[in-house]
Write a protein that binds this ligand. Structure first.
Ligand SMILES: Nc1ncnc2c1ncn2[C@@H]1O[C@H](COP(=O)(O)OP(=O)(O)OP(=O)(O)O)[C@@H](O)[C@H]1O
Ligand SMILES: [Mg+2]
Length: 260
């Protein structure tokens, strides 16, 4: 099971979009996926068609009994390969210390945690549970500063409470190649963080908000650009999952050769 936290210090840069894009890529492959919404705004929950949930991440964080997270899991509107622990507004008052939600159900191929736009307790909680972290940024001056701080927060948690955690990549979202400022900032980011910057960036794509509003995986959304974004999410998912096992060798093949 791979557990991935998606974070940024700055708001509105595309965290939920990356979570939903990866969930969509996993949905298309039929992977057993759990989306944990740790953002009181509950945008990922909404895009997965969860409204008015009975149990939420706020309840899970309030209750330290093992197995409590499993009780809050509900199927998404995309079908029951993509499950959700939804969020609710009261989550913002849930300042729970690190490590509290570390007993996750184990029966998933992929767990995606959508973080709020801050590096506060909720995000630290996600980082203390995850084994991978993706930082999302836009190619703007202030957002880049936030990306560096998010990478530092990952290092702090990895060094203090979760040695299994590592930063997978920094994803640049809403990149417009014709915008000189975007190109300059993307260059700066690459100079500062090298191979950690995921290439290619996610382009501006009208199909992203449209599909989210329609509660649809981007992989089943037919608009200009959405195919490109879906393929990018497929490749990004490949970087997070363990490589496929080699095909088992078939001893009967050599036996047949021996017999003929
Ligand atoms: N590449 C893109 N092209 C077009 N629109 C995008 C793109 N990425 C994100 N958006 C839109 O921008 C808005 C903000 O994106 P998103 O909600 O993913 O950001 P966020 O970082 O999760 O925000 P928050 O910090 O509030 O949680 C959404 O309406 C989303 O549909
Ligand atoms: Mg969000």
């Amino acid at each position: 099971m791979t557990t991935v936290a998606v974070l940024s210090m700055k708001g509105g840069v595309g965290k939920s979009t990356v979570v939903l894009g990866l969930a969509s890529a996993a949905w298309e492959r039929g992977l057993r996926t759990l989306v944990i919404d740790l953002d009181p705004q509950a945008n990922a929950s909404m895009a997965l068609d969860i409204t008015d949930p009975t149990f939420t991440t706020s309840d899970v964080l309030a209750d330290s009994r093992p197995g409590v997270a499993a009780d809050a899991v509900v199927p998404s509107g995309w079908g029951d390969t993509v499950m959700v622990i939804p969020a609710e507004r009261s989550l913002e008052h849930r300042n729970v210390a690190e490590g509290r939600n570390s007993t996750l159900p184990k029966s998933y191929d992929l767990v995606l945690i959508d973080c709020p736009p801050s590096l506060g307790e909720l995000t630290r909680n996600a980082l203390s549970t995850a084994d991978r972290a993706i930082v999302v940024t836009e190619p703007t001056h202030f957002a880049l500063h936030g990306a560096t701080e998010a990478l530092e927060a990952i290092d702090v948690i990895a060094a203090s409470s979760n040695p299994g955690l590592r930063a997978s990549c920094v994803v640049v979202n809403r990149f417009r190649p014709d915008d000189r400022e975007h190109r300059l900032n993307a260059d700066r980011l690459a100079t500062e963080h090298g191979d950690l910057v995921y290439d290619p960036p996610i382009p501006d794509c009208a199909g992203i908000p449209q599909s989210q509003r329609a509660v649809s995986p981007i992989h089943s959304w037919n608009s200009p650009g959405s195919r490109e974004v879906s393929e990018l999410m497929d490749d990004l998912l490949d970087t997070l999952l363990p490589p496929p096992r080699p095909e088992p060798r078939m001893p009967h093949m050599s036996l047949r050769r021996y017999l003929t």
